[in-house]
Design a protein around this ligand. Structure first.
Ligand code: MCN
Ligand code: SMO
Length: 748
């Protein structure tokens, strides 16, 4: 096996004038023109006005971000491959870079891609009843908000190892991915070879968070190499590559105007949303998923009747945008929740009261909101009141606003809905090339009475090995220790589009439930014969199968069917002891989880430092399959949310150079920065999914920015300072305090 290192562009925007392989190393260096017949990664969408960008695995004659691959170098080990990168000669003719949304949407700007009329991947708009509202409203508030560019940092970075399996006649690609079956489709399209000769087998993946749910240039390049050379190659991302070349997310800008009555009842919302999408669309989700989610989800958990929203997906000279845990909703929740607090201030009420005034109530469920989202079930106000109780709001308000060290104290709330397990209709509406349908799973009783469960989804740390086994156990009562779950190998599992959009538990859980129920029925039929009992008298109990007091083991059933069919009548279940089940929910627009978060913070006005004194969460993801895992998901997500709120930022300078290229510049929260999250669960089963399950994988990450910044702003009320940008770093907090002081001085 040989190692691959990629030579990456040092400039944000340039044409490549000349490139030269080092003498004697011609066979170890690959340029775009060497990959004959390989297609660029191209994501089409049927949405009117959407513009296509071709993203070649190795740049052809133009580079569009620092970090874009210019050459692939191969050697016996990574160090030598990197040495070869150093002596490849490339001449760049630099072009003006587009480094932010304002520049990218300015009239007359030269578009990043040939044939584009302007520099936007897409514009979208909603307009519902707005004009009627503006006249009626007594209160109007305006806000300008922004969220910073982030990278995702799973503990294990991206990696791909590909080899040619002579025995099977197959290209085998081991990729650290959330979506093995999708990667197989994508690779086949780009390489122009049949899917049947590609096997994608994802290993145990050490975190994905969205970064690993798309086809990457590195996967295409390394797979091409293994296929053409019929040999083994690997590439393992290092942290600098991760920070600068490929895991970008979250950068949004909002201009909002909200209209309300004198009690703070929200009457209408106008929004202009710009997303800094980077240079290319990723496959299969495109560059526009963020804006699609932002426009659709901005109304949040609120009863809002009038809405006008324009979104633009701006092309910039930065790495492409990938979905990141929460996908747009952390930004959207920040935007709407700061708006609610601004309205509360304008009408002189507590923010939680104004939330309560506006939340969709339980008696209105199911509720179709102004952007046609179908909120299936739940009690949003109850979750808000619960976190208010947990954080002990009344005590906080009775006590002084400053602590013994003079720090300012504040409390903030945020409530959100999380569309989970979005189904066929949702993705089809976004016009995407790959729309999820039925998820599938295969379940088999082995001759020794154990259960094999195989699903095409993958596990990236979210515990599906455990929870899918729980579902299979629920149907068959086979002891958990005898259930073995296999995931994420296209040669070994039925098709699933994979793990993303908080869909695993609902979709694969549903498929396992269907398949296991079929197998359970067949187990009963065979057991009934062995026990000479009626089928409806058969019960699963204590790891055995009973008819009255007589019982057989699962192994007896397995052995009878596979090894001694001579002892069974022919009509006893012809289907056998294995089945493939397929599942999608009755309504495939997604089931809506929700949660309220509340944060209590101390802000030091001298240093700008924020300490989280308490943080509470009340969440509802329908039926909890595994409460311990759901706690883990919620805590992990909220930890990342704290990073978004207070620390993480990937800035670019005016030349499009990334300024955070090490973990010294890019601050990740560690245990000392994180509070002890306190969690309460509500459990409202969805009427529309199997076992009433809703997704929860992304939820924790959505609300922390909103809850924490609302808390910071509450703390800073005596100083009249407000934060409108995240992360709320010490610099931004001190700047907000200074701005408030100078405004006061000017007034005086
Ligand atoms: N679960 C449960 N009961 C429920 C719902 C979920 O016990 N009612 C459990 C299940 O084990 C499920 C997990 O919680 O696998 C997450 O639930 P689900 O919402 O179904 O999410 P997925 O399985 O589809 O996982 C993907 C999701 C996403 S989109 C991101 S991003 C994310 C996340 O999960 N990335 C993660 N959680 C992560 N957790 C870890 N450790 N690492 C990541 O990369
Ligand atoms: S960002 Mo999660 O992979 O949908």
């Amino acid at each position: 096996m040989r190692d691959v290192a990629f030579l990456r562009s040092p400039v944000a925007h340039a044409t490549i004038r000349e490139r030269k392989k080092p003498a004697g190393l011609e066979d170890s260096v690959f340029f775009n023109e060497d990959m004959t017949g390989v297609l660029p990664i191209t994501t089409r969408s049927s949405i009117p006005g959407y513009k296509v960008s071709d993203y070649p695995a190795i740049a052809a004659d133009r580079v569009r971000f620092v970090g874009e691959i210019v050459a692939m170098c191969v050697a016996a080990n990574r160090a030598r491959a990197e040495d070869i990168c150093d002596i490849v000669e490339v001449q760049y003719q630099e072009l003006d870079p587009i480094v932010n949304c304002a520049a990218g949407r300015a009239p007359g700007v030269a578009p990043l891609h040939e044939g584009w009329a302007d520099n936007l991947f897409l514009r979208t708009s909603f307009d519902q009843n707005m004009d009627e509202v503006i006249a009626k409203a007594t209160v109007a508030v305006e806000l300008e908000l922004s969220t910073s560019r982030q990278v995702m940092h799973p503990m294990e970075g991206k990696g791909v190892l590909a080899w040619w399996d002579y025995r099977a006649g197959q290209l085998v690609v081991h990729s650290s991915t959330q979506v093995p079956h999708m990667i197989r489709i994508g690779l086949a399209e780009c390489l122009g070879i049949p899917q049947a000769i590609i096997r994608v087998a994802a290993p145990d993946v050490g975190g994905g968070f969205g970064y690993k749910c798309m086809l990457t240039p590195e996967e295409v390049a390394v797979a091409w190499l293994a296929y053409t050379k019929q040999s083994a190659f690997r590439w393992i991302e290092d942290r600098r590559e991760h920070l600068t070349a490929g895991a970008n997310a979250r950068q949004h800008e909002y201009k909002l105007k909200a209209y309300a009555d004198e009690r703070g009842k929200l009457l209408g919302l106008e929004a202009d949303v710009a997303v800094d999408c980077g240079a290319y669309s990723v496959w299969p989700f495109s560059a526009c998923l963020e804006a699609a989610q932002a426009g659709g989800n901005l109304p949040g958990p609120y009863d809002l009747q009038a809405y006008r929203c324009r979104t633009v997906s701006v092309a910039t000279n930065k790495p492409p945008f990938a979905p990141y845990r929460g996908v747009a909703r952390p930004g959207v929740c920040f935007a709407i929740e700061l708006t609610i607090d601004a309205i509360a201030k304008a009408v002189g009420r507590e923010a939680w009261e104004v939330r309560l005034e506006n939340l969709v109530v339980a008696s209105a469920m199911p509720y179709t909101n102004v952007t046609k989202k179908f909120y299936d079930s739940g009690d949003y106000p109850a979750s808000l009141l619960e976190v208010k109780r947990m954080i002990d709001f009344d005590r906080i308000r009775r006590e002084p606003r400053r602590d013994a060290r003079g720090r300012y104290l504040g409390v903030g709330f945020a409530t959100y809905t999380e569309q989970s397990a979005h189904g066929t209709k949702v993705f089809a509406q976004w016009g995407l090339p790959l729309v999820p349908g039925f998820d599938q799973a295969h379940v088999k009783l082995t001759p020794d009475g154990a259960l094999e469960v195989k699903a095409g989804i993958h596990t990236i740390g979210q515990g599906l090995e455990t929870t899918l086994a729980q579902i299979a156990h629920e149907q068959t009562r086979i002891p958990l220790k005898d259930i073995r779950v296999t995931l994420g190998d296209t040669a070994n599992t039925p098709f699933s589009t994979g793990a993303y959009a908080s869909r695993g538990m609902v979709m694969s859980g549903g498929a396992v439930s269907v398949a296991a129920e079929i197998v359970a029925g067949r187990i009963k039929a065979i057991a009934a014969h062995l026990l000479q009992a009626r089928r409806d008298a058969i019960r699963f109990r204590d790891g055995r199968i009973f008819a009255g007091e007589a019982s057989v083991s699962y192994e007896d059933v397995g052995r009878a069917w596979y090894m001694r069919p001579d002892q069974l009548p022919d009509e006893v279940d012809r289907g056998g002891l294995e089945a493939t089940g397929a599942y999608k929910p009755q309504i495939d627009t997604g089931v809506f989880s929700y949660a309220s978060h509340a944060a209590y913070v101390a802000v030091d006005s001298e240093t700008g430092l924020v300490e989280i004194l308490d943080y509470v969460i009340c969440e509802d993801c329908g039926t909890l399959v595994n409460p311990m895992i759901v706690d883990g998901q919620t805590i992990g997500g909220a930890a990342q949310g704290v990073g978004t709120a207070l620390f993480e930022e990937s800035p670019y300078d005016e030349n499009g150079q990334p300024l955070a290229s090490t973990l010294i510049d890019y601050l990740l929260p560690g245990p000392t920065e994180l509070p002890r999250f306190r969690i309460t669960h509500m459990e409202t089963p969805s009427p529309y999914s199997v076992h009433g399950i809703k997704g929860v994988g992304e939820g924790g990450a959505i609300a922390p920015s909103a809850a924490l910044v609302n808390a910071i702003n509450d703390a800073l009320t005596p100083l009249n300072a407000t934060i409108r940008q995240i992360p709320a770093s010490p610099e931004r907090i001190l700047a907000a305090i200074a701005a408030a002081r100078s405004a006061l001085d000017n007034a005086a």
